[in-house]
Ligand binder design. Structure first.
Ligand SMILES: Nc1ncnc2c1ncn2[C@@H]1O[C@H](COP(=O)(O)OP(=O)(O)O)[C@@H](O)[C@H]1O
Ligand SMILES: [Mg+2]
Length: 170
């Protein structure tokens, strides 16, 4: 995982485009060695707790819709000079969309967080500090509680996690 952060961090440039292809590459390159399904969207329906993620038959289409919208937002590439709150709002919105999509069989949480780490770095921020949000075991932690809210289109809990963890680089 750390290798994944390093690999993609080193390759960030002005021309990096945070599109669907990039998102899939994060999963593929980071988990290739340990996971047969690296870089592949799932082909079974899955749920966690009471949450059922995007149905397989809508997965590709929904992913494209999310990334089209993301593209219209210029992949959040121009938030370096904007208020942190505005950036955190946008991140929380798209993070929730991807959490509800849950496109991979495994490693969704880590891939989605890695994706936004690259985007915040691009905009002159440090990696988001999730320390507090990821502290407790799965079902108990704030990130999962915020994720459960994402399932009903509410991103306020996620917004506070992001805002709390966002810090400008020196
Ligand atoms: N009950 C739930 N409802 C909605 N989302 C959840 C729930 N439990 C976990 N999640 C989301 O799924 C992620 C875990 O998915 P998973 O594919 O196992 O990724 P990882 O292995 O990287 O943690 C969590 O980080 C959270 O965003
Ligand atoms: Mg997991």
């Amino acid at each position: 995982m750390l290798k994944g952060y390093e690999y993609f961090h080193k390759r960030l440039s002005k021309d990096t485009v945070f599109n669907e292809k990039y998102f899939i590459e994060l999963h593929r390159k980071t988990f290739n060695k340990l996971y047969n399904f690296a870089g592949k969207y799932r082909n079974v329906n899955i749920s966690k707790g009471y949450s059922t993620f995007c149905q397989v038959k809508y997965l590709e289409q929904t992913s494209q819709e999310i990334f089209n919208k993301f593209g219209n937002d210029n992949y959040l590439k121009n938030y370096g000079d904007k208020p942190k709150e505005e950036f955190a709002r946008k991140i929380a919105y798209y993070m929730c969309e991807l959490i509800a999509l849950h496109p991979y069989l495994e490693l969704n949480g880590r891939t989605i967080r890695l994706f936004f780490e690259m985007i915040v770095t691009y905009n002159g921020y440090e990696y988001i500090d999730y320390q507090d949000a990821l502290e407790l075991e799965d079902e108990e932690n704030k990130f999962v509680k915020a994720s459960i809210e994402c399932m009903t289109g509410k991103d306020n809990k996620m917004y506070h996690i992001i805002l709390n963890g966002l810090r400008k680089s020196e």
